[in-house]
Design a protein around this ligand. Structure first.
Ligand code: HXC
Length: 258
């Protein structure tokens, strides 16, 4: 299917989604978010896809929600229309791992979109920020909540209250991104991480994603119990038998997602 705001390519079990509104630094308008939801939904149910990667251009991952599209909306428009709720639901529902490969600006909704992914690989030119305060609004798709969990209250307050941008180096130091690579190597490194994940058992990959995400939603004791039960449950899979046999036989495991 052809999209107007995205370039989508599925190869070697990886669905690569490139945000593609270069004239607007990939600002997230409703069309783009709608197309993104459609792609994520279909990737989630496509057996050929094991990992999803979302990226932008070297200049911008996404410079935020589309200010030009939002500027004339009233409170009633956005509240009754529940702006950005349906538009982001598919990302939260997706059970396959999603990696954000971020170069350039990841601001406002762009930073929030990256944080909704399972982890972020940043290029050395990446700039993260929540500058909504300069527009007289707050973040709208989780920025005040997720950034605080990533980097702690002090830095999250600093970012949201001043609207300043954070470099890739600072973002790595603060725990917002998992690694920083030279901008020219961003896609190579990200696709290599995606390929590595794609080789694993999909059952185990889904269990990992669910368990790590549970740590955001529950107490430590409940989270550890959830993890323990998943750990136990995976002993019912053929992939656990294969993974452990392969280790003992000193060979690569051949997982079958069973
Ligand atoms: C609409 C945008 C945009 C945005 C950039 N553009 N960001 N259009 N919405 N968020 C457009 C510009 O208007 C311009 O188009 C073109 O992209 C290039 O941008 P420039 O500003 O000329 O580029 P530059 O000087 O390099 O500055 C880059 C920038 C700046 C620092 C990223 O564009 C900027 O500050 N953008 C806004 C960032 C922001 O406030 N984001 C938060 C949005 S609110 P024209 O046609 O004029 O050439 C938000 C709320 C989240 O995200 C709610 C939940 C989703």
């Amino acid at each position: 299917m052809a999209y107007e705001t995205l370039i989508v390519d599925i190869e070697n079990h990886v669905c690569l989604i490139k945000l593609n509104r270069p004239d607007a630094l990939n600002a997230l308008n409703l069309q783009l978010l709608g197309e993104l939801s459609t792609v994520i939904k279909s990737a989630n149910s496509n057996d050929k896809v094991r990992v999803i990667v979302i990226t932008g251009s070297d200049k911008a991952f996404a410079a935020g929600a589309d200010v030009k599209e939002m500027s004339e909306k009233s409170f009633v428009d956005v509240f009754v229309g529940d702006l950005f709720t349906d538009e982001t639901e598919e990302l939260l529902r997706c059970r396959k791992p999603i990696i954000a490969a971020v170069a350039g600006y990841a601001l406002g909704g762009g930073c929030e979109l990256a944080m909704m992914c399972d982890f972020i690989i940043a290029a050395d030119n990446a700039k993260f920020g929540q500058p909504e305060i300069n527009l007289g609004i707050v973040a709208g798709i989780g920025g005040t909540q997720r950034l605080t969990r990533f980097v702690g209250k002090s830095k999250a307050m600093d970012m949201h209250l001043t609207g300043r941008f954070m470099s890739a180096e600072e973002a790595e130091r603060a725990g917002l991104v998992s690694r920083v690579v030279p901008v020219k190597k961003l896609m190579e490194e990200t696709m290599s991480a995606a390929a590595k994940i794609a080789e694993k058992s999909m059952v185990t990959v889904m269990a990992v994603k669910e368990s790590v995400n549970r740590s955001y939603e529950t107490t430590l004791r409940e989270g550890v119990l959830f993890e323990r039960r998943l750990f136990h449950a995976l002993f019912a899979t053929e992939d656990q038998k294969e993974g452990m046999a392969a280790f003992m036989e000193k060979r690569e495991a051949q997982f079958r997602d069973r």
